[in-house]
Ligand binder design. Structure first.
Ligand SMILES: [Zn+2]
Length: 331
């Protein structure tokens, strides 16, 4: 039974940063130079963005799935007054994977800096700032029933599992990408070593259209992998052979983090993106039979004492096999 706890692999208690950190750089879509400062947050406050360039009375935006306002190419959230912040998924993924529950993020514009297009700079800044435990139980939701969404050839689902586990498949026509598949638990060390450095990517053929839509204004070879005529344009090449699917996993973790609690279950997607991830989260959260609100302690107890007899050996087999040999799987 201890293996379940190891596999859940995160503290029973909430954490915040020990110190604040600052970063600055262009936003991927607005192209604006943004200063972002991330401060420790009180227990049970979650991730809160605060726009420094608007009136204080309407500056706060809670990072929660209720507030998702746009999912075209990146995830944006907005408050009831329409004040928004976009491209939040990489900092959200880094905070979630690094087990940070509560922070206050001040931005002086409508977007999070894109940095190098990956979550690695945020992981480094979080590690440098340090982590402190707080006097409050870490929130979790336990997936009890499978929930899925399907749109054309795209699919995404949550399934019951004692661990926070993700499996992703992508299938692009462009030859540097093609079919890629990845399966890994959401865990700080795996995130830091195998996922965080994977960069966002785009296609030269789409750039004119994106610019007309006011998107990708800050995109450059310094913050994205660019593909043209089935070739990677960036001189330095790829950071991983399958950098694309790894980045998709970062994006999905960032989207799932908007649930506002640890999600104890397995997320599986095929050709998914921010839009389908959000549709899945909406379907899950509005289906009260599919999940139960709990804590990390409660999730451990649930899987140790309650749920185990209700799952067949076959259903548990994959999980048990994983738990006895946790690692990173690339297919
Ligand atoms: Zn991304």
């Amino acid at each position: 039974m201890n293996r379940n706890k190891d596999a859940i692999n995160t503290s029973y208690y909430q954490h915040t940063l020990k110190d604040s950190f600052t970063c600055v750089g262009p936003g991927l879509h607005t192209g604006l130079k943004i200063l972002m400062r991330v401060f420790p947050g009180e227990a049970n406050t979650g991730i809160v963005f605060c726009r420094r360039d608007v009136d204080y009375s309407c500056a706060e935006i809670q990072a929660n799935w209720h507030n998702v306002s746009d999912t075209r190419l990146s995830t944006s959230i907005a408050n009831s007054r329409g004040v928004r912040v976009s491209t939040i998924e990489h900092i959200m993924a880094a905070l979630y994977a690094c087990d940070i529950d509560n922070v206050r993020i001040l931005v002086d514009g409508p977007e999070v800096p894109i940095m190098d297009g990956s979550a690695a700079p945020f992981v480094q800044l979080i590690k440098n700032a340090g982590r402190v435990q707080q006097d409050a139980e870490r929130k979790a939701i336990i997936i009890k029933q499978a929930v899925s969404v399907l749109h054309e050839n795209k699919f995404a689902s949550f399934q019951p599992s004692p661990i926070q586990w993700m499996e992703l498949e992508i299938d692009f026509e462009a030859s540097p990408i093609g079919k890629q598949k990845i399966s890994a638990p959401i865990q700080d060390k795996i995130f830091e070593d195998e996922l965080a450095a994977a960069r966002t990517f785009g296609f030269q053929e789409q750039i004119k259209t994106l610019h007309k839509l006011g998107l990708a204004q800050g995109g450059s070879l310094q913050n994205a992998v660019l593909i043209e005529n089935n070739e990677v344009v960036n001189e330095e090449g790829l950071r991983f052979k399958d950098e694309f699917v790894r980045h998709k996993m970062v994006d999905s973790i960032g989207d799932i983090a908007l649930i506002g609690a640890r999600v104890i279950g397995r997320h599986h997607s095929i050709c998914s993106g921010h839009q389908l991830n959000h549709a899945l989260i909406q379907k899950l959260m509005t289906n009260e039979h599919a999940w139960v609100y709990s804590t990390m302690r409660g999730a451990h107890e649930y899987w140790s004492e309650i749920a185990r007899p209700h799952y067949s050996d076959k259903e548990m087999g994959e999980n048990q096999e994983f738990m006895s040999n946790p690692g990173f799987y690339i297919h």
